[in-house]
Design a protein around this ligand. Structure first.
Ligand SMILES: *[C@@H]1O[C@H](CO)[C@@H](O)[C@H](O)[C@H]1NC(C)=O
Ligand SMILES: *[C@@H]1O[C@H](CO)[C@@H](O)[C@H](O)[C@H]1NC(C)=O
Ligand SMILES: *[C@@H]1O[C@H](CO)[C@@H](O)[C@H](O)[C@H]1NC(C)=O
Ligand SMILES: *[C@@H]1O[C@H](CO)[C@@H](O)[C@H](O)[C@H]1NC(C)=O
Ligand SMILES: *[C@@H]1O[C@H](CO)[C@@H](O)[C@H](O)[C@H]1NC(C)=O
Length: 301
């Protein structure tokens, strides 16, 4: 009796696994768009200007946090803004001109931070994003700075590199995901300067590549992208194994089912034979003992 619901269970489990697999986006822009959509849900008519709101994100985006604030572009240009790790100085502007804009700040931890290719480097901080949108129609805006660049302070959220004279570096990922690497600000090794919207991080060169890895794959891959690679391969190997096991179980269930239908068929034939015998006996008007019908033996259930 357990076998009848078994294939159904398998189908449910398999499609669930496939769904989980298909649910992980590989394009960083998709994350930005999801966060944007959830950020705009924070704004009701009562939302205050220049007040930072935490954005609630779906559980499948755990590892990303976001905050949002609304500004009049005139006051942003005049006064700037200090929000989380970002300091926008007076003279910060957006293009094209809009009256009101919405800033969205994102923090990407593992595994989302490995969506960007940082081949040759290791992350020392989560990836921080700053994006601006037209408050009325959600279209993306370009951030420009007139005077002082945007400063991004990683002091509270970065690992300090383990000495050895390793200098942290700043990373900027533009809207196409292209990476530029440059030195931190003169003032502090954990403060980066930026000029545009996009994503920033603190990283270091991954000088120390384990020898084994180097021999295997030609080396050069950063720690994070290596981790991502392992994550992807790992999850597909595990997924593949699971699917293989499930397929095996499905086969067993099918064979069992087939055995059952075969038995039913034998039984049906036996009945038919008996009916035929009775009919023939009737035709010849000769009462004969039909003989006991042999039931097919049922081995086990
Ligand atoms: C998370 O789930 C929502 C539906 O609740 C879906 O629209 C979205 O694409 C998912 N996000 C990711 C990153 O898988
Ligand atoms: C870092 O943490 C200190 C103490 O909690 C806080 O005063 C400071 O504002 C934080 N800096 C940033 C850039 O968040
Ligand atoms: C990552 O970037 C490097 C060069 O910066 C390139 O050689 C490599 O193919 C890229 N990897 C992926 C997965 O895009
Ligand atoms: C949004 O509105 C601005 C003007 O406020 C306009 O320049 C822009 O083209 C609009 N974008 C979209 C996608 O409609
Ligand atoms: C950035 O990436 C895009 C798409 O990958 C490419 O077409 C473009 O040339 C790159 N830009 C720079 C400045 O490297």
């Amino acid at each position: 009796m357990g076998f009848r619901s078994f294939p159904l269970l398998l189908i449910i489990i398999t499609s669930f696994l496939l769904l989980i697999h298909a649910d992980q986006p590989s394009d960083p822009r998709l994350i930005d768009h999801l966060v944007r959509d959830h950020s705009f849900q924070c704004y009701t008519n009562h939302a205050k200007t220049a007040l930072l709101y935490p954005v609630s994100l779906p559980s499948n985006l755990s590892g990303v946090t976001a905050h949002t604030a609304r500004y009049r572009s005139g006051s942003l240009r005049r006064y700037g803004a200090q929000i989380q790790e970002f300091h926008l100085f007076p003279g910060t502007d957006v293009r094209p001109y809009v009256h009101r804009l919405i800033l969205v700040l994102e923090t990407w931890y593992h595994p989302w931070s490995s969506l960007y290719n940082i081949s040759g480097f290791r992350l020392l901080s989560p990836i921080l994003g700053i994006l601006a949108y037209d408050a009325t129609n959600r279209s993306e805006l370009d951030i420009f700075v007139d005077k002082r660049p945007i400063s991004i302070d990683f002091t509270n959220i970065s690992k300090t590199p383990s000495s050895n004279g390793i200098r942290p570096l700043c990373a900027y990922f533009d809207m196409h995901g292209n990476l530029s690497v440059y030195d931190p600000s003169q003032a502090s090794l954990s403060v980066c300067e930026g000029f545009r919207q996009g994503h920033y991080a603190l990283l270091m060169e991954s000088l120390v590549v384990p020898r084994k890895k180097k021999e295997e794959g030609g080396g050069g891959d950063g720690d994070a992208s290596e981790k991502r690679w392992k994550f992807v391969v790992g999850s597909s190997v595990v997924g593949g194994l699971l699917v293989a096991v499930l397929l095996g179980l499905l086969c067993v269930a099918l064979v069992q089912g087939k055995k059952k239908t075969k038995m039913a068929e034998m039984e049906r034939r036996a009945y038919e034979l008996e009916a035929l015998q009775i009919a023939m006996v009737g035709h010849f008007m000769a009462p004969t003992a039909g003989g006991t019908r042999t039931m097919p033996t049922i081995e086990n259930d």
